[in-house]
Design a binder for this molecule. Structure first.
Ligand SMILES: C[S@@+](CC[C@H](N)C(=O)[O-])C[C@H]1O[C@@H](n2cnc3c(N)ncnc32)[C@H](O)[C@@H]1O
Length: 142
């Protein structure tokens, strides 16, 4: 975190932890960057118990979304310029065919990249997070 905050531009930080658990990187960000540099903090977590824990820890300074990051990112108007993630390392044979199809289509639409059906879930986390960046926002006008 010290490194990424150090190399990120002087812009106000719009931070996201896309599979935040209880929010370990939110915690680290708050200990690394001054509050004046932080504009927004978002955490997204699928597991309701972790989302509840994250909200009770960070809800006063962060928006904690309970949901599936891959669906949320496709529909959200949020914009971020810094993401630090420890995504779910779900291997492809544990990802349903329907989900793979949706993710492959979404990454192809978003980035023009066709991902192998053998890719693990984390690949889509990285690719689809792109839709939240300023350059994608400018391109799509979302
Ligand atoms: C490897 S853990 C990382 C947790 C936290 N970032 C950390 O480093 O302590 C992955 C987390 O992703 C969550 N997760 C799994 N699938 C998800 C999804 N589709 N959207 C959001 N969170 C998800 C799991 O519930 C779990 O809390």
């Amino acid at each position: 975190m010290t490194f990424v905050v150090g190399v990120s531009s002087n812009a106000q930080i719009e931070f996201i932890e896309p599979s935040c658990g209880s929010g370990s990187f939110i915690s680290k960000l708050l200990r690394t960057a001054s509050t004046e540099r932080i504009s927004t903090i978002t955490g997204v977590e699928l597991n309701p118990r972790f989302a509840k824990a994250a909200r009770s820890l960070w809800g006063s300074v962060a928006e904690i979304v309970e949901g599936d990051f891959l669906e949320w990112s496709a529909n959200s108007k949020a914009q971020v310029n810094l993401m630090v993630a420890n995504p779910p390392y779900v291997r492809h044979h544990h990802v349903t065919a329907e989900r793979k199809g949706n993710n492959v289509r979404a990454s192809s639409n978003e980035l023009g990249i066709t991902v192998s059906q053998l890719a693990g879930l984390y690949v889509y986390f990285l690719l689809l997070a792109h839709s939240l960046t300023p350059s994608a926002r400018t391109r799509t006008g979302r």
